[in-house]
Design a binder for this molecule. Sequence first.
Ligand code: GLA
Length: 401
Amino acid sequence: MPRFEREFTQRLVQKARDTFTRDDEIRCFVAPGRVNLIGEHTDYNDGFVLPAALELALVALMAPRDDGKVVAVSIDESPDDEFDLGSISKLPDGQWSNYVRGVVLALQDQGGDLGGFTMVVGSTIPVGSGLSSSAAIEVATGFGLGKLYGPPIPRPDLAILCQRVENEFVGVNCGIMDQFIVANAKEDHALFLDCRTLSSDDVPIPTDLAVIVCDTHKPRTLAGSKYNERRAECEEAVRAMATIKPSVSSLRDADPELLAKIKDKVSDDVYRRARHVIGENRRVLESVRALNQGDAAAFGRLMNESHASLRDDYEVSCHELDVMVEICQGVEGVLGSRMTGAGFGGCAVTLARAEAAGQVERAVLTEYPKRASLKASVYRSRASAGVKEEDPDKLLGGIWE
Ligand code: GLA
């Protein structure tokens, strides 16, 4: 269950008072951020991932309106947005309400008979840190509209719709992982997802372990361009493999033997990208087995291996992430640590014995700024549930009184 500080709920309530009227039927939808425990850059290769939802979350207050307009405001982002349901276009890149516009348009495209609505958004998920603040607003909007205007959208379908919005409307070529976990997570569980079939399993996270997310505050400037470059390199590896084994349609279908056969046919970069993905899929399968067998130490080792592979073979880490991971790995009681998300900045995720969490936080807050000349933020989080509706009065302590 996400936790919100009083200061946050007060600002949200104030914005709600400024935006809604007392006659509005305000409903409240909460969508979490996410951290990926292991399985990086595998989702767009039809592979396996193991993310969990965070207690950091986005709250969307929504009320229907009958004038065919959408009014969207945020307590942190600007500008406010207002548009007609009948003519939705994309705003310039980087505008927060593009996510709202895109989801509304996608629902209309699939035949949804939507009315207008007013939406007030607040979020504790840091923007630009790789914790899926964008998936949270997409999924909250889609889920909320399913509740406001029906029919409710099945959660896996909601994830697919939101990924499509991100790919086609917003213009970010992401895989399915972020939207899927934000829509489908179960409290206190990670989610093992097969990104080819979208079949999934909830994997309990033992309560004696702590999941710690450390933000490097390194801007992820290269993330977009390099992400697309990596995708293209993976596709090149697949093309080379398919000339040897035509049934290979993604790196999911490849194994080390096949990889060895293309070594001389592709560049060293392409070879190492494929080696990462093939190894990472294996590591996800092994880490799920380890978690189910209560072998947290094995899980941690796989996280460390994942980081090394992302750093050396996939080359999506950076100095700041490497420093962060090194600091965390050096603390007693830490089982494993790795960069998480697309890379080139953003966050590291660390798995530690619960009693070591305080020491991890202290080490990061003192050592990281000295070594990276940036500040650090540390979030310790239980695994939350996916998007859900909450009683706004219970969550916010009453909007009008
Ligand atoms: C970003 C994308 C995801 C996934 C990760 C890398 O977070 O949005 O779909 O590809 O990068 O694992």
